[in-house]
Structure formats: C-alpha cells, structure tokens
Write a protein that binds this ligand. Structure first.
Ligand code: ASP
Ligand code: MG
Length: 422
C-alpha cells in the first residue's frame, strides 16, 4: 500500500487533473490511498466566504460561494463531458449545506464557522477527481474523511484522537481496498465527536496523508508537487537553488521549524515513528528522481540550506523595576506566549531583558503587549526578516546579509540565524 498526496497546484486546471490521472495509471495493481487538497486557490476563496459571513456581510459571502460553485461545476463538466453524472447532485448537496451555514446567525466563534465553511474545498475536489477517475478506468472509492479522522474541537488547528482514528482506519478504511484498489479522500479536515467539521491547519493535507500512512502501515508516502523535489532554498526568493536527492527526517523537521514552506511541519513525526519514507516527486515529470526523506541520509552531501521568514517582529521585554529576568520570570513570559499560541522563532535573554522574534500577527501582538505590559516595558520593531542557514559557509552568509542591519544573531556549529532589517 502506498499513500499519495496531490495538492492544489496539481488540480489547478482540467489538464492538470488529467495529468494526475495519468500518474495514477502508471501504478497499476497498486493499492493506493490518495489524499487530495482543495483545487488551486479555493481555500483562500473560502476563507473570504467565512470572513464575510462572520462580519455579517452575508450577500458578499453568498456571491463568493457562488463563484466557487461555478468554478467547480465548470471543471467537473469539462472532465465528465456534460452534467448528467450523479456527481453534480453530490456537489449541489455540499453547496446547500454551506448555504445553510450562511443562513445562520453567527453565535459561535469565528474559528468554528471557518471550519464549517473552508473544508468544503476538499469535499468538492475529491468528489470531482473520484468521479473523473471512475470514468477513465481508475476504479476508486470516495471516502468522507470526517467519518474517519476524529479530533478535538480546537477549531482551525484540531488535534487527532489517535486511538479512535486508528480504530476507524482499521475497521472502515482497510476493508475498502477489497472493493477497489484506490481510495480517494480529503486532506486537511476531520470531525469532532459532535460531528462538527474541523480543519487541521493551513496546508494540513501533507499531515493527513502521513496520518493515513502511519495507520495503514504504508510502504511509502509520496507528495506530488509542481517542483522537482525539495530544494535547498525557496526558488521564488533565491537564485541558483539545487535539488536535494535525499535528506533525513530530522533535517526536514528542522527546515520546517525554521519556516521553510516545504512540507507541513507535523508530517514527519507519523512517518518517522513507523520508518515510512516520504518521497517528494514532480507531477509535471514523474521520471525526475525527486527527494527521498528517511531516517538516515548523508549530511556531507547536503548543500547549505537557506530559509527566510518574512514579516517578523522583534519584541524587547524589559523589567520595569530593574529586577533580573531569571528562570521564574522567563517561565511567566513563556506561559503568556503559550496561552496566546504565539510561537517564538528566536530568543535571547540578558540581565533585565528578554528579546524574541515572532511572526507578525497584529491582533496577537496587541494582546501580548497588553498582558506583558503590567510587569514589563515593551519595545517592538516590525518589518524584519529572519534568515536561517544550516551548514553555512562564510562567503555565502555575507553575500546574503549584504546591506541589511542585523538586530539579533545566534549561531551553533551547524546553524546560524540572523534577524535583520532590510
Ligand atoms: N487546502 C488546504 C490549504 O490550502 C490544505 C492543503 O492544501 O494542504 O491550506
Ligand atoms: Mg493547498
């Protein structure tokens, strides 16, 4: 059994969906669990639906939802050559449910409504791909993952109940492979024990696929992308990037932690725990070697790995009365960050101050400052970038840093981080 994940870019157009079918056709007789995310930019569009709905701009929300409907119906029609297929009824049912939500007065949190509306993208894309696959001889079963992935109600970043979900996978998913070799299901979504839809965090489909790979004891997971494989830097930000043929789980988890938007950071653990290799392959040319992520990989072969996190804020927290910032104070500060779910990207402390770099989220920063302000003096600096280089070489580092004012720096033999102002 293999697990495949296809993301939004691979479903961007009718041609690309046909290409996805060709890739799957090149794995005949293979048992495949295929996790699919929403098409192209659908998730962003549905986020706008949720925002407008919550701000009581219901007409705008309905119009945006209607646009999403038209896009999907058009793609489905092109793939299936008409509107006779039962798929169109299924699509209509999904939209009717979303319209019901739009008709309700928002009395719960924004995150709750977000999850009821935004997961629609995955239901639509999987239904379309599944119907199309069946017409081209790729007989498959469509599965609503909300019947399988049980989570808590931490909306927008729900946590999987592993024991319950494993039981569902064993009892409900495994038998599906007796009917068809292919099962198609959604990434990114799940459900609470109250049958409320949840999402697992943006770009969460990689993680969904890894959960399935773990629970099905898959031989491998493949993420099909529009790039050759993992690169040593984001090609949109840096010239001359190179492909990395093999890399360890540990290295990828570090890259994701430092902010590389390569693979969802939660993806590695379920795979590492069962030693399942993760392959990153290019759907535009499946014969390219791509990248293999596994337990042991030769570090000496790695190029310098560069990650740039933009839109950073430096917070300087100083005690008002000149008392030392010792372990107990640091622990209080951390508790505040933890309660507000703010991740610290880099930190440094001195006698009476604590500096840290965080993502720029204005609402959270306002809350942070309000809370910290009672005991500390806060100064902050925005519009910064955080560079991380693993296996750095001095020449490259100076070239990258050229013309920037460095505000904070930390280095270990393997990693250097610089927070700078452009
Ligand atoms: N469609 C979701 C998103 O765009 C999940 C994913 O792509 O993995 O965030
Ligand atoms: Mg996506």
């Amino acid at each position: 059994m293999k697990v495949f994940k296809f993301g939004g870019a691979s479903l961007e157009s009718v041609e690309r969906i046909r290409q996805v079918a060709q890739i799957v056709q090149s794995f005949p007789d293979e048992k495949l669990l295929i996790v699919i995310s929403a098409m192209a930019k659908t998730t962003n569009e549905l986020e706008k639906v949720a925002q407008n709905y919550f701000q009581r701009k219901r007409e705008i929300a309905a119009q945006l939802l209607y646009n999403v409907e038209q896009q999907h119906v058009n793609v489905a029609e092109a793939l299936l050559g008409g509107r006779e297929h039962p798929l169109f009824l299924q699509l209509q049912q999904f939209f009717t449910e979303a319209e019901w939500t739009l008709g309700e007065k928002p009395i719960r949190t924004y995150d709750y409504y977000y999850d009821q509306l935004v997961g629609l993208g995955e239901l639509l894309s999987t239904a379309i791909v599944s119907a199309y696959f069946n017409t081209v001889g790729l007989n498959n079963t469509w599965l609503d993952v909300r019947d399988i992935f049980r989570t808590d109600d931490n909306f927008r970043d729900a946590n999987i109940d592993w024991a319950y979900t494993q039981k569902q996978v064993t009892e409900k998913v495994v038998p599906l492979f007796k009917i068809n070799n292919i099962v198609i299901t959604q990434g990114f979504i799940g459900s609470t024990d109250q049958n409320e839809s949840v999402t697992l965090g943006r770009e969460g489909s990689d993680y969904s696929a890894a959960v399935f790979a773990n629970m099905l004891d898959a031989e491998s997971q493949t993420i099909w992308k529009d790039v050759e494989g993992l690169k040593n830097a984001d090609p949109k930000l840096f010239p001359n990037t190179v492909n990395i043929p093999e890399i360890s789980y540990g290295e990828v988890i570090e890259m994701a932690y430092y902010g590389a938007q390569v693979i969802h950071p939660k993806t590695i653990k379920p795979l590492q725990n069962k030693q399942i290799p993760l392959l990153v392959k290019c759907f535009l040319n499946k014969d390219l070697p791509g990248t293999v992520i596994k337990e042991e990989a030769d570090v000496k072969q790695l190029p310098p790995i560069i990650v740039l996190k933009k839109n950073q804020v430096l917070l300087n927290i100083t005690s008002k009365d000149y008392s030392f910032i010792t372990e107990d104070k640091i622990s209080d500060i951390y508790e505040i960050f933890h309660a507000l779910k703010v991740k610290i990207n880099l930190m440094q402390n001195g006698a009476i101050n604590f500096s840290c770099c965080i993502d720029n989220n204005p609402e959270k920063i306002e809350l942070l400052i309000k809370t910290l302000h009672q005991s500390f003096k806060i100064v902050y600096n925005e519009g910064l970038e955080l560079l991380t280089v693993r296996y750095y070489q001095t020449g490259l580092l100076e070239e990258l840093s050229n013309g920037h004012t460095i505000l904070l720096e930390q280095r270990s033999p393997a990693t250097i981080q610089r927070l700078w102002k452009k």
